[in-house]
Write a protein that binds this ligand. Structure first.
Ligand code: TNX
Length: 531
């Protein structure tokens, strides 16, 4: 009696969860980004109750990688999946310790081997392996399934070494847990750099112990007047180390000399000259203001909660400004293990041209002094770039060209293709549209090596998709704007253009949608996809 009830329950759960048949060949797999090379076999490997994970080779984190794989497979299968050095059916083989991110995945009917010459490569091999199982593998509690995957071989490596996304935590602030959740999603897409836009007119989001007002005043609000917030240095370290466990490097950005109202509201002394709105001068009687004193001790700006850009600038001619920047870059660099520091540099419309050049060149020197390579928005290419520094193309191809002509590379984030804050179409509830409406097909169909006039593959440092958050207030809004487009950008960064095909991506993203459904991700159901 008991047995038959169990049998009926098992059958029912199979009916509920087996919405996706196991795939019959590796080519049918829905892996995003698409691997460079897939060869199908003719059999199947079945993951069973008795399976175990074998670690071969040695490194600090190899057992962590084994645990990571087990943690992906245990909940839905309910299997124990012990991890160790004893012979097992799933082998994780680390053959070296280099910078390569490539991996190979061999599936035979009785065993699976994932091998790589770096931990990152193994991590990506694991991500691919998990995606070969029926989508029900995403469940966090046990489901009845046949955990079969087709045999064959995958050889894979990324096209670009820098594959990023940016999160604007300044226009709206997002707690550490949301950033970690974002990191999890990025890791599944084999993205490896998370750029945090930590400061802007509306908020300063990172604790700087030597300039405490930045957060106690500058962090107090956000777009729309909400309460804002900031990361303590401990919070930031927690994000950095969580990212590292996912083979993601954090790139901190302090945007300057424009986009600095929050800093200007925190400290009067870094404001340029007289800091009064234009209109007030007309009503002032001559002789009532000592301009000399105001110039030396300008007032702090008011906090700002609107979404205009281009009205603020640091004083570029004062020693104190560079002391301030030195402290900020030093403190952040000390807790940033990655090699890059983003210095912003965009839309400084109220900084005189000559002052802008003087400023950006000086800030690059400070960044270099603290051992970091500068990245800046494409406008920085109008200044003399230090060797190895990177210009992030968002708007002007002529700026990208200026970088190239100086022998510097360009990070590709074209606003018309890669801006995740652009509306999908005119009916989108969230987002802006100053650059374009970006439907999924538009986000997918472009080539970073053939997009900006005069820029070719060897000039391209990598690809990054920024999410600006003027209209984005919480995790669910983030998910709606980012998915599915971030998957498209991740494939552009990983898979060679010659291998990418929109119709095949349409098929694979529909399966990915089923995974997002199970994970409760609020993605946009683009009408371009048969979900
Ligand atoms: C332009 S892109 C900006 C940001 C805005 C964004 C909104 C760039 C370097 N600057 O300050 O948030 O547009 O789409």
């Amino acid at each position: 009696m008991k047995k038959s009830i169990l049998g009926v329950l098992a059958l029912m759960s199979m009916l509920v969860f087996s919405c996706q048949e196991p795939i019959h060949s590796l080519e049918e797999a829905a892996i995003i980004p698409l691997p460079t090379n897939i060869q199908s076999g003719s059999g199947a490997f079945e993951l069973t109750q008795s399976a175990s994970i074998q670690l071969v080779g040695s490194s600090q984190n190899l057992s962590g990688l084994g645990d990571f794989l087990a943690s992906k497979l245990r909940p839905a299968t309910g299997y124990e999946l012990p991890v160790g050095t004893e012979e097992g059916d799933i082998q994780l083989v680390l053959t070296g310790n280099d910078n390569s991110e490539s991996y190979s995945l061999d599936i035979e009917s009785s065993s699976v081997k994932i091998s790589a010459s770096s931990e990152a490569g193994l991590f990506y091999g694991i991500q691919t392996f998990v995606k070969l199982f029926p989508v029900a593998i995403e469940n966090t509690s046990m489901v009845q399934e046949s955990w079969r995957i087709p045999t064959g071989k995958i050889e894979d490596k990324p096209d670009y070494a820098y594959r990023g996304s940016m999160l604007d935590v300044a226009r709206h602030f997002f707690p550490v847990a949301d950033v970690k959740h974002y990191i999890d999603q990025m890791a599944e897409l084999k993205l490896n750099y998370l750029h945090l836009h930590l400061t802007d007119d509306q908020g300063w989001r990172i604790e700087i112990t030597s300039w405490p007002n930045l957060t106690t005043i500058g962090g107090k609000t956000e777009v729309g007047g909400g309460e804002g917030g900031y990361y303590t240095q401990e919070d930031y370290k927690e994000i950095v180390s969580y990212a590292a466990k996912n083979y993601i490097t954090i790139v901190p950005e302090v945007d300057m000399p424009g986009h600095t109202n929050a800093a200007l509201a925190s400290y009067g002394e870094i404001n340029p000259g007289v800091n009064l709105p234009d209109g007030d001068f007309a009503t002032m009687k001559e002789g009532t203001i000592d301009f000399d004193i105001l110039d030396k001790n300008p007032q702090a700006a008011e906090l700002y909660t609107g979404i205009e850009v281009g009205f603020s600038t640091l004083a570029t001619d004062k020693e104190i400004t560079y002391q301030f920047i030195d402290d900020v870059i030093r403190e952040i660099s000390e807790i940033t293990p990655g090699p890059y520091f983003h210095i912003g540099g965009d839309e400084s419309h109220v900084t005189e041209k000559g002052d802008y050049i003087y400023f950006v060149e000086k800030v690059q020197e400070i960044t270099a002094k603290y051992g970091k390579t500068s990245i800046g928005w494409d406008e920085i290419a109008t200044t003399k770039l230090l060797k190895g520094n990177v210009a992030q193309f968002w708007a002007l191809a002529e700026n990208a060209k200026l970088a190239k002509d100086q022998g510097n590379q360009v990070l590709m984030s074209p606003a018309k293709k890669a801006y995740l804050d652009m509306q999908y179409d005119s009916t989108s509830r969230l987002g802006l549209h100053w650059a374009a409406y970006i439907e999924l097909d538009s986000a997918y169909m472009w080539d970073p090596a053939n997009y900006a006039d005069g820029i070719t593959k060897s000039d391209v440092f990598g690809v990054e998709a920024p999410l600006w958050t003027e209209t984005i207030t919480d995790r669910s809004d983030i998910e709606y704007m980012v998915f599915p487009r971030l998957a498209a950008i991740a494939e552009i960064a990983w898979t060679p253009t010659s291998k990418r095909e929109w119709s095949d991506f349409q098929r694979r993203i529909a399966v990915q949608g089923k995974r997002w459904d199970i994970n409760g991700i609020n993605y946009y159901k683009s009408p371009k996809v048969n979900w």
